[in-house]
Design a protein around this ligand. Structure first.
Ligand SMILES: [Cu+2]
Length: 156
């Protein structure tokens, strides 16, 4: 559903020149790790590029974190997993990029508040083509264990 809100925002901002918007992004299953104020958090999710052209994530900011970095997780020569800052993340045309624990992710430092499951943080992502995109990101895993398995699959 968040993806559709972004689509609406893009349509409004572009006014009469809708055809000029080549890169249409969707943000799926975003969630942030719960954290106390002294501990960094991280945000994960899937960025889908429905446009034909590649787009590049350049920067992320959040009202809830004073410093935000793009990170990747790499294995060092000793076999240990380490996080490393990356300057940009490219999402190919008609492709997607998964941000996940142990892979690419958004790192949130100097939290302005404790992040508890059920809270929501705002993320503002700046793309080379699509510009600034704002998404609401729930704290806690998005894939919660299903408590009511009789519900239809596609409710929101
Ligand atoms: Cu990190």
């Amino acid at each position: 559903m968040r993806g559709w809100q972004v689509l609406c925002l893009v349509s409004v901002l572009s006014g009469g020149s809708l055809a000029a918007v080549e890169s249409v992004l969707q943000f799926r299953d975003f969630w942030a790790r719960p954290a106390g104020r002294a501990i960094p958090s991280a945000a994960y999710g899937v960025i889908v590029n429905n446009g034909a052209k590649a787009d590049t994530l350049l920067e992320v900011t959040s009202a809830q974190a004073a410093r935000v970095e793009l990170h990747e997780t790499v294995r060092d020569p000793q076999g240990r997993m380490q996080m490393r800052k990356v300057e940009r993340i490219v999402i190919g045309g008609r492709d997607s990029v998964i941000l996940r624990p142990g892979g690419l992710h958004i790192m949130l430092y100097d939290l302005q508040q404790v992040l508890r499951p059920g809270d929501t943080i705002e993320l503002r992502l700046r793309f080379a083509q699509a510009g600034w995109q704002q998404i609401a990101c729930p704290v806690g895993r998005s894939q919660q264990p299903r408590r009511r398995p009789t519900l239809p699959e596609h409710h929101h």
